[in-house]
Design a protein around this ligand. Structure first.
Ligand code: PHE
Length: 342
């Protein structure tokens, strides 16, 4: 075998042994073996020294060597490129992409604050359906079909579903809890309610209420007053409350609670129409008949209940001029609450 064949073997061994690790080393490898003045070019020249009958064989071996060197170059280049991409994607020192925070709805913020105040006093949250049966919304709550008190609450009835309606107050949850649980019961029921009312800046056909119910042996009006006074102080910073006699079919006696805001500021004067007092909620001792309707022994147990609207409180808390803004879902309006805590 001539020297030329021996050289091919040597170059092949060198190509196989080479281990370029960086892109610079790889480029040097390419120039050394595959470049226009590289070793393979030189080897080609050697064909002159090869006997005629071996030229063909020589050519084939050169081609095989060239293929080996090119394959090695390509696969090393691919893995170096891939490593470069990966290290770029995993640059842990780069600053993070800012994640825009969503915002909580002003009604939710207000609701959470109220819930928190009552949870602190031992109440737990109960839930009930918005599409409700007449019995839970009215009948159980002492408001039978022909009762004039139904006129107080214009109701949306569900078409083709006799006896079904959109609940007009969260008091349906009172009935649901009393019929399924035994006293002591101490719950609050936040939720959405519906009334067939003309929509204006001050009232809407859908809004939110929060109901409270406490039933045990020997629960008194004074207990209720204390719980509501604590709420007024925590929620509004109000120094005092006042309970005015009122009427609800499901409580006896019934009252409406005002909180003292005073007339020190122009806003408080306007809100309280110059009296210093702002009406916040309805309340009273649960009518014994309601307890009996729901299967609770009225001789043994007594209780109080209260219910309040959320939207008016939200308007006041955030200085929002129109209740309709709360239901329009205009993101420019809602984004303003993105930094609100709770
Ligand atoms: N359900 C009454 C309303 O919607 C509020 C209320 C609840 C009053 C519980 C007394 C007791 O106006």
């Amino acid at each position: 075998m001539s020297d030329a064949f021996q050289k091919i073997k040597e170059v092949l061994a060198a190509v196989n042994a080479a281990t370029p690790k960086t892109s610079e080393e790889l480029e040097a490898f390419r120039i050394q073996y595959l470049g226009s003045k590289g070793m393979l070019k030189n080897l080609m020249e050697e064909i002159k020294t090869v006997a005629n009958e071996q030229k063909r064989e020589f050519g084939q071996q050169i081609n095989a060597l060239k293929q080996t060197a090119e394959d090695k170059f390509k696969s090393l280049k691919n893995s170096l490129d891939a490593r470069a991409d990966a290290s770029e994607a995993l640059d842990l020192t780069r600053p993070g992409e800012p994640l825009p925070l969503g915002s909580r709805h002003p009604v939710s913020i207000t609701m959470s604050r109220i819930i928190e105040i009552f949870v602190r006093q031992g109440f737990s949250v109960a839930d009930g359906p918005e599409v409700e049966h007449d019995w839970y919304n009215f009948t159980a709550m002492n408001t039978p079909e022909d009762h004039p008190a139904r006129d107080m609450q214009d109701t949306f009835y569900v078409m083709d579903a006799p006896g079904m309606l959109l609940r007009t107050h969260t008091s349906n949850v009172q009935a649901r809890v009393m019929t399924t649980r035994k006293p002591p019961i101490r719950i609050i029921a936040p939720g959405r309610v519906y009334r067939n009312e003309t929509i204006s800046a001050r009232s809407h056909a859908q809004f939110h209420q929060l109901e409270g119910l406490y039933i045990d042996e020997g629960v008194s009006f004074a207990d209720m007053k204390q719980t509501l006074l604590y709420f007024a102080k925590e929620m509004f910073g109000a120094p005092k409350i006042r309970l005015r006699p009122s009427f609800f079919p499901f409580t006896e006696p019934s009252a409406e609670m005002d909180i003292w805001l005073g007339t020190d500021t122009e806003e408080n004067t306007r809100l309280t129409k110059g009296t210093g007092w702002l009406e916040i909620l309805g309340c009273g001792m649960v009518d014994p008949q309601v307890l009996e309707n729901c299967g609770i022994d009225a001789k043994k147990y007594s209780g109080y209940a209260f219910g309040m609207g959320i939207e008016r409180q939200a308007l006041r808390l955030f200085n929002i001029p129109d209740i309709r803004m709360l239901f329009e879902n205009d993101v420019r309006f809602l984004r303003q609450f993105s930094s609100s805590i709770v």
